[in-house]
Design a protein around this ligand. Structure first.
Ligand SMILES: Nc1nc2c(ncn2[C@@H]2O[C@H](COP(=O)(O)OP(=O)(O)OP(=O)(O)O)[C@@H](O)[C@H]2O)c(=O)[nH]1
Ligand SMILES: [Mg+2]
Length: 207
């Protein structure tokens, strides 16, 4: 990956599902049982060490889930290369809403091009689970997304989630790079072909 490229990730989902807690846990190693609701959006940057040699810089846009901010959230989707949709495994309605987030994303972004992850957060509260893991995984698969179980409180599943995001972004950026260099090579061959044609024309018209 070229150094300095910033890859935009947007975190969306119902209010109080743990979007900010996930982000803070991953970026700063912090967690609070009294985390306050986000106003509009918050922004953090981090570098994901994908493997021994490759790093991916990510800019995380942690959106506000409260109803009153719903109309402004789509503004933050633009240019995103990855969306993480969070629900709370102990709150069924938050999973039902995942479907509307997926629909909204599809209307604004090319979902074939971006990485979509669905995170079932608060998995430390297993006894209060309202959403079956297999059910959630099947749903994620059906919309081309990858499902993760996370706990910001117990720091579970979060590194795996962002590691996957980093790997997928790296893969896509590498493919894009290959496509671009192919285009440059093709353009070069066209130019060289034109040059040869031009020289032949000159020769033919000469004497
Ligand atoms: N048990 C448990 N509680 C969590 C977890 N993650 C977050 N919480 C708690 O859930 C509440 C909401 O967390 P936030 O991170 O503010 O949720 P949010 O999705 O950012 O909420 P909005 O900013 O309002 O959209 C807070 O009291 C957190 O401490 C978790 O993994 N387990
Ligand atoms: Mg928040």
């Amino acid at each position: 990956m070229s150094k300095g490229t910033m890859n935009k990730i947007v975190i969306i989902g119902e209010g109080r599902v743990g979007k900010t807690s996930l982000t803070l846990r991953y970026c700063k190693g912090e967690y609070s049982d009294t985390q306050e609701s986000t106003i509009n959006v918050s922004y953090l940057e981090k570098t994901v060490q994908v493997n021994e040699t490759d790093k991916v810089n990510i800019a995380i846009w942690d959106t506000a889930g409260q109803e009153k901010f719903k109309s402004i959230t789509p503004m933050y989707y633009q240019q995103a290369v990855c969306a993480i949709i969070v629900y709370d495994i102990t709150y069924k309605e938050s999973f039902d809403k995942v479907k509307s987030w997926v629909t909204e994303l599809t209307q604004i972004l090319d979902t074939n091009k971006i990485v979509i992850c669905i995170a079932g957060n608060k998995c430390d509260l297993e006894n209060n689970r309202q959403i079956d893991k297999q059910f959630a995984e099947d749903y994620a698969k059906s919309v081309g997304a990858r499902h993760f179980l996370t706990s910001a409180k117990n720091n579970r599943g979060i590194d795996e989630l962002f590691q996957y995001v980093g790997q997928e972004i790296l893969k896509r950026n590498t493919n894009k790079g290959k496509k671009n260099s192919k285009m440059i090579i093709n353009n070069q061959s066209i130019l060289e072909g034109d040059k040869k044609k031009e020289e032949k024309k000159k020769k033919d018209s000469c004497c």
